[in-house]
Design a protein around this ligand. Sequence first.
Ligand code: CO
Ligand code: ZN
Length: 329
Amino acid sequence: MDLKLLEQLTQTFGPSGYEDEIRAVIRTVVEPLADELRVDPLGSLVVYRKGTGEGKKIALAAHMDEIGLMATYIEEKGYVRFTSIGGVRPLNCIGGRARFANGVTGVIYAERRDDASTVPELRHLYIDVGATGRADCPVAVGDPAQFVGPLTRQGQRLVSKTLDDRIGCYVLIEVLRQLAATPHDLYFVFSTQEEIGLAGARTTAFRIDPDIAISVDVTATGDTPKALPMAVELGKGPAVKVKDSGMIAHPLVRDMLVAAAQKAGVPYQMEILVGGSTDAAAMQLVRSGVPSGCLSIPCRFVHSPSEMVDEADVENAIAVLLTALRTTV
Ligand code: CO
Ligand code: ZN
């Protein structure tokens, strides 16, 4: 694994709607690999790779935005109140840190509560950025922040903030690097604003007008204490989506990914995700409809500052996509 690249991808700033920095990082890496490259009006980066002409037009999407926080109010004593960008859970915030675009980093904590037996709501949390009052607070209302969580490796496991979905971006970059000739016309989409409503992939898919769309994103696992029953485990292979709360994967795409996994000789799992969805749900609904599916990277602790994936699942996801894209459908 190119851990240097993954570190850069996971640590770079890019809450939904503020993807300029992460797009610049990805652009530098993919520009030499592109036949054409463009940035759509909502900020998605699209890398085009020309096929030999015997294939389909296929869009592949991984979102480059991350969940985060946004300052809503600065208190007299300099504490920053905030709202969420995307699916932020209060329990995943307390004691953690938030970093603003200008580098200011603060501690996220909860008000003292008389009854500490319940989970506080976001409105009971604040960020201490070291200010002594409103006047010297280095954060302004409307400033977005990302969570802090370095990339570490424990055996086969990789841990970092924002593996959702920079690990998907990593997979698409590796496919771009390793894919030589392909029968298909391929559009690699590094999408924006997935976490707040799939906006980038939706609008970009409209312009591409693909025959098939595939998202590459993380999915939950059923292998942690008292997890919801789910037939996906970390380290057992990439997961081919059957259904999530936003879509039913098109059988054509589902079967194409299963066939590719078998052909590549790598382990794979079938995914039914009860809560959550991906860019594929938006891409299937553009124009007259696009057969869509998703290849998922199993991930524990999704939307926390310490998301965890297995390195082999990442490598095997790359192998599945390379095989799928070298095969005609
Ligand atoms: Co997410
Ligand atoms: Zn995601």
